[in-house]
Design a protein around this ligand. Sequence first.
Ligand SMILES: Cc1ncc(COP(=O)(O)O)c(C=O)c1O
Length: 399
Amino acid sequence: MAKPEFEFDFDTIVDRRNTNCGKWDTMDKKYKNSQLIHLGVADMDFRAPRQIIDGFQTCIDHGIFGYTDLNDAFYDSFISWMKRKHFTEVKKEEIVFCPRINISSRLCVEAFTKPGDTIIINTPAYGPLYDAIVKNNRNVLESRLISENDRYRIDFEHLEQAVTPNTKMFLLCSPHNPVGRVWTREELEQIGNFCLKHRLILFSDEIHGDITAEGVEFISTLSLREEIRKLLVMAVSPTKTFNIPGVILSYLVIPDERLREQMKSEIDRIGMHNPTVFAVTAAEKAYTECDGWYDAALAYINENDIYTRNFFAKHMPEFHIYPREGTYLLWMDYSGLDCTEEELEEWFLKKAHVSVYMGTVFQEDGRGCIRMNIASPRALLTQAYEQMANVYDELKKKS
Ligand SMILES: Cc1ncc(COP(=O)(O)O)c(C=O)c1O
């Protein structure tokens, strides 16, 4: 049973320390400091929807945590979500379970390319997506996103010059982490046409696809024309949307049967067969019973976005915040401060007592920017921003 008073509470600060939490405990250990406010790792500091928690409770009360398989409701719930929210038709047979996108990107590289092949990725880049290339001994073709009129765009001219017959794949992040772009249909078609022309497999990581800013429409690559869909491996998950990444659940949608069979045999090769005991419940509940929570979470994040921009404009105007089209991550340019990344990190950790991701986490092209997660209770953000504002003078003196 839904408990509305809890369901939409994004304001309560939940203490996540001492829960083996990647965002709070691991980062405390990394920085050897348990007094920091962490705005780095990309999950939300909000409790998951009540319907999901109740679903887990039913599993727990049953008390048997045996091997679990996917059922029709699992597929149907995702299919209905894609239709309802993204006006995209997905067929059951096109869906391939894989526990994590960070695994599927690597398996996709393994399945469709050989060591020494070249793979394209836009930079700045989400680390594990970049690692899918370099840790598999493939060459990276870095396609630097160009910041123009306060918006990043893909440099197709450079791509056309740089692509070679050795280039076999394009790893796309859509929406883009960290720069926050939601690619338009025209841009996606251009990417698709480029892949068709150069016979590249297009891997599209759409984990942030449900999280868009007000008035921005996410377009899934699955809605592109059939010719492009035939070279597409689309990866998606409800884990960012409903803040359940610890459940470990994602899937691929692969319209082309030949590619799908190749990917399935790659997954089979490494012996990855069953979802966790909570995964099916999580997907079913999330996609069929949590629209209210989802709408409220997006609205709250939008308000946090506005609040953050106002605060920074007033108290720390040298941080330039790029427009956020998607994700709950703000990409902020600090070149107005004229300090190095090392100096800025030192200031964050030692003076402001706040941790964020420094731009070079996303490769060298991220230098000059930071990524800050705003999916937290507003009071926590306020505390972090006030801590920063209180010592802002010390940072400015450096510049
Ligand atoms: C773009 C992107 N892809 C994938 C992931 C992780 O997905 P998974 O937990 O399914 O490996 C993240 C998490 O931050 C992400 O930002």
